[in-house]
Design a protein around this ligand. Structure first.
Ligand code: NDP
Ligand code: GUE
Length: 318
């Protein structure tokens, strides 16, 4: 039987429906909303993402200021730009695209962002809040992964809590802005969560872990890493990877970390690339920009992580 294809474009379309109204309400009240992006160099995935954000911001009416910087920009120059954006009241959200060139220390750059404008939760304060289960912002890629899962569960009529409580979620890749936040969101849903990194691949192989996964989240940045022997038949596979692949005719196209052609026929459900996690990530970043603008203005925001279900007592109190 062939897998159900989880449609990221449809999910993104539904998720963005209320955003233009949210944006114009802020603007009518004279409250600033604006997104600043910093792209250093021209890495394929980062440039692709920046272009998409640019288009989506225009569509939703969010003022966007792109800051393209040459690959050899010194770290001080990047920090100075961030400080300027921190102090600019027309900017409510700041996104620094990864990966950064080797001469720039990611942690130092992320620490320079005003935590209230840190829409990807990369500043230690926001990363800590997420790890503690009380996030200010949910990083957009991990948010997209779980939004797709939740939406898919609703569509097949499975109770979200029942599903997560009994499920093993295996996360391949544990970077600070994709893998680790996804692990945190899995914990928050009270699933059993396992993290697999490159050492597992180099030593015992990742199949001994991934084959047990009810939910397999793959964010390694390695095209074709997950093949049919890595998955079980009831798995729900979420492919985060965005990798450039050059066709025989010289055209570059995007592929995920999952070998879709061999894996899709075997599993229960799967996200494609393109058209899976990516489009929802884009919308979530703009949602976080609106959230930041509201928080900066002192307006209420929804509680994004009230998901945990208390475990009933085993014995009634006498
Ligand atoms: N679709 C979307 O919305 C988004 C897609 N992406 C894409 O997701 C991918 C991952 O991004 P990101 O987390 O930033 O990448 P990083 O390079 O920062 O991290 C990759 C992680 O994967 C692990 N890894 C690498 N190779 C293997 C392997 N063979 N087996 C197991 N684990 C492995 C690394 O392990 P170790 O820690 O041991 O080095 C590391 O933890 C990229 O393709 C990126 O373009 C990113 C953001 C959004
Ligand atoms: N700080 C930071 N945060 C990121 O989230 C981040 C980053 N840096 N650096 C680069 C990667 C890559 N990334 C993408 C997200 C969505 C699409 C996306 O929407 N892609 C479409 C592609 C459509 C097409 O052009 O074919 C899709 O998947 O359907 C692509 C790439 C975010 N990243």
């Amino acid at each position: 039987m062939s897998a159900q294809v989880i449609d990221g474009r449809a999910c993104a379309h539904a998720l963005k429906a209320t955003l233009p109204a949210d944006v114009s309400r802020l603007q009518q009240d004279g409250l600033p909303i604006g997104l600043a992006t910093i792209l250093i160099g021209d890495q394929y995935g980062a440039s692709a993402y920046e272009r998409r954000i640019r288009r989506l911001a225009a569509e939703l009416g969010v003022p966007h200021r792109p800051h393209p910087l040459p690959a050899d920009t010194p770290q001080d120059g990047v920090i100075r730009l961030i400080e300027k954006l921190n102090n600019d009241s027309s900017v409510s959200g700041i996104l620094v695209l990864r990966p950064l060139p080797a001469h720039i220390d990611e942690a130092t750059v992320f620490r320079a962002i005003d935590p209230r404008k840190d829409i990807e939760a990369v500043h230690p304060e926001n990363a800590g809040l997420l790890a503690l289960g009380v996030p200010r912002f949910i990083p957009s890629t991990a948010a997209s992964v779980f939004h797709l899962l939740d939406t898919w569960l609703d569509s097949v009529g499975e109770n979200r809590a029942d599903f997560y409580h009994r499920s093993l979620i295996v996360v391949v890749g544990r970077s600070n802005n994709v893998g680790k936040p996804a692990i945190s969101l899995g914990y928050e849903r009270q699933a059993t969560v396992q993290s697999v990194d490159e050492w597992a691949d180099r030593t015992t192989g990742i199949g001994r872990h991934t084959r047990w996964a009810d939910v397999l989240i793959v964010a390694a940045g390695k095209a074709g890493l997950i093949k049919t022997e890595h998955v079980s038949e009831n798995a729900v596979v979420i492919d985060v990877g965005i990798n450039p692949q050059t066709d025989a005719d010289g055209r570059v196209r995007m592929v995920g970390d999952v070998d879709y052609a061999s894996v899709a026929p075997r599993v229960r459900a799967i996200t494609p690339v393109p058209g899976g996690v990516g489009p929802v990530t884009d919308v979530w970043l703009l949602r976080n920009t609106v959230r930041a603008a509201r928080l900066l203005a002192g307006l209420p925001v929804d509680d994004v992580l009230s998901l945990a279900t208390p475990i009933p007592a085993l014995m009634e109190e006498s």
